[in-house]
Ligand binder design. Sequence first.
Ligand SMILES: [Cu+2]
Length: 578
Amino acid sequence: MTTGTLLAVDLVLAVLTAAAWLGGGAAAAVRRRPLALALAAFALLATLSRAITIVALARAGWWFAAEKVLVAAPLSLAAVAVAGPRLLPVPGDVRSVAVPLLFVGYATSSALLVTVLHGYPASVGAGLLAVAGAVAATAVSWRALGARPSRAISRVALVVAVGALVTGTGLTVVPAAPVVPHDHGYRAARTTDEPTRRFTLTAGTATVSVSGRDVAAWAFDAQVPGPELTATVGDVVEVTLRNRDIGRGVTLHWHGYDVPNSQDGVPGVTQAAVLPGQEFVYRFRADQVGTYWYHTHSVSDVGVRMGLYGVLVVRPGPVAGLDVTIPVHTLAGRPLPDARVERVAAGTPVRLRLVNTDSTTHRYAVAGSAFRVAAIDGVDLRGPTSVVDTAVLIPAGGRYDLVFDAPATPVALFVDGRAVYSTGPVSTPPGDWPVLDPLSYGVASAVPWSRFDRTFTLVLDRGLDLHDRLPRYAHTVNGATDPDIPPQVVRLGDVVRFTIVNRSATVHPWHLHGHHVLVLARDRRPAAGSPLWLDSFDVRPGEVWEVAFRADNPGVWANHCHNLAHADAGMTTHLMYS
Ligand SMILES: [Cu+2]
């Protein structure tokens, strides 16, 4: 069983346990004796069986079980211990065990809320809140059922509740937001004699056609995707961004391109958003070959979804054969691009540059030919072998370059089962093919570092964020949301290791700006294939990724989930050079 499944099973078990205790209490209150006893027996069994799932989760990693071990288990067991003597032997009037049963139910429920609303790391405040909730709910039920809890119990409940509210919600101490300085120091080198590729991109509202229907979009040069920017390695790329009428501002972030910090295009961190009527000139040297993309980073969730993105391809030189770029996107609920057919002579070398510009994973499959994965996230793989009838999953923001020599018969690329590109009439769509695991594809080589100067752990989860004006159910990193997540501070030259843990039930495509990271391990299994230098990787529910990089690009860099709705809902942190 995967850790993700285990997390789900444990959650279901916790819900059933709480429901059974509460149901037993309610049945006892209305004197449904057999039902009350049956539910109580089931609840006791479920409470004890959670020991199995909690221990299994703790073995998968402390991050998955911390609050269950420290809050849920002690609270449930203590409640059972307190209520137990009042339950046995079962009195003649079953109504008299209603309050003890409800008490265990409230204790189990509030522990469950700690998992759902607070998560990792476990805190004393969250534990106290859970206790206070259980005690307060029990006191109310006690009164409602006609009995009167003693004054002493009521006072204790009140004190615990107030204390817990203050410590648990952090109302007393609101952590100061980390200072994320704007980078004004760097000025991209002015060069005069180097070949310069100049582009101008004008952002504006537009109406574009998607599969025959007109939809409202935000677009660069009135097209979605924006113009494809191409360069040859060594060129200087100079892009003038103009904003015609995007009221919420626009920037250009060069996704996967490790540009100088001042050119990274993150509003509030490396520059101010470009407002209507303004312009900003980006300038950087194209020293990385490969497939990349650009997109706005201003209100990025809305901006990218509405169409403010395009492809950036840097080639080593003239291209032999066919070199096709296929950025996949969902605009107004409809898939882009439209299907395209291109006749190709047999024997022609073909490179399909696949780009996922959406916020969720896409499944790609090539039918009709074996292929190799030549590069991932712009970086060539070592010793890629030929595979056939195999799908690849590309995370949000990720890129795969697939290469093959065109056979005499048609080849087709499918994205989530839809033909997107083909070299002739499509024969058979892909079946339920196995998925390529890049961690065991290609030829391995030794990790270039044996020690790490800095290590950081990012635990991804959901939780209640009370620091805004309105409480929200946010996407959290180590229990906090942007801008309250402490930055990861490194020095120039440090070898840095990140452990990224997904405790939640959704995929988080992780994306560090300004650096490619080398994958060391996933779920404690070392990467066994070609070195994988990634800028975007899916951390699925229950997964633990270990990645590392050398801190060689000074500045303040966004380090965030590339499901941009998650990023905007708190899941954004920063890597900062001291
Ligand atoms: Cu996410």
